[in-house]
Design a protein around this ligand. Sequence first.
Ligand SMILES: Nc1nc2c(ncn2[C@@H]2O[C@H](COP(=O)(O)OP(=O)(O)OP(=O)(O)O)[C@@H](O)[C@H]2O)c(=O)[nH]1
Length: 320
Amino acid sequence: MPAQIPVTLLTGYLGAGKTTLLNRLLTASTGKRYAVIVNEFGEIGIDNDLIVDADEEIIELNNGCVCCSVRGDLVRILGGLMKRPDRFDGILIETTGLADPAPVAQTFFIDEDVRRKTKLDAIVTVVDAMHFLDEVRLAHTMEEQVAFADVIIVNKCDLILPSQLVALDRHIRKLNPYARVHHAERCAIDLREVLDLGSFDLDRILETEPDFLDGDHHHHHDGGIGSLSIGHPGEVDPDKFFPWIQQMIERFGPDILRMKGILALRDDADRFVVQAVHQIVEGIHQRPWKTDESRQSRLVFIGRRLPEELLRDGFQKCCL
Ligand SMILES: Nc1nc2c(ncn2[C@@H]2O[C@H](COP(=O)(O)OP(=O)(O)OP(=O)(O)O)[C@@H](O)[C@H]2O)c(=O)[nH]1
């Protein structure tokens, strides 16, 4: 019987740093090849474009959250991958920030075919050190993500004070006394702490959640979180866009859990990536547009009570 392929499940709330970690895993010279499954929330696939151009096969799992509606798709994708196990040494799955890891983990034990051919190696949860304690009061999913973890990466340590980190660690330990906890900036961590750990422990999970293997988990996403995708088949005026987005973030930042965009800026040969997590905004010139790519712009907001009309109209006014 062929060896079971190890699967690493990357979870963590919106904007915690999952893609940052994934990019590290894919660019590190581990000498191993991975198939990557990315699930995202929001209508226009952006995550896929933020993942480094690696040799690895990247499969997008769209149209819903992996922990609910697209679980059947996950089983099918895994089934397809298993037909050519010689192509890679492991599978990495990045869930949406809103996913409860439990039903995803459950897939590896309930589906017979998946269970025979794969092995859940570890659940790795990335925590946003700056926003976790505020947000966890509203989002029960964050607690689940921490409670189920085998490894917790407390990321963005550059954005908080050491005393805040102590309080955060204490909170995390209460939710999960078992996991290994690492502190990091931009998920810089020795990859031996993340891959090939063999640390997922079904018995430990069954102790805390005795019904883990019993049929479907009915997961309810934390209420009131929606997404808004806006696309424009052309360029954006940077002199209008930057002041506008700054203003929107200042005004609605507490409710904007996540914003990501890929923009074609006027007179700019590079694709511009803009991202925000609440009020923390970042923008980078990602890479030159390829000759066969059309210079289009798109923006996704994920949050509570998003002022859809205002965001849509405002963005349109920045478009050329
Ligand atoms: N200051 C700071 N920013 C970080 C750090 N790690 C990641 N970021 C930034 O935080 C934002 C979100 O990072 P991602 O890696 O895309 O987060 P994610 O969890 O994949 O986000 P979603 O897939 O949208 O849930 C990006 O703008 C990153 O550049 C960190 O340690 N410090």
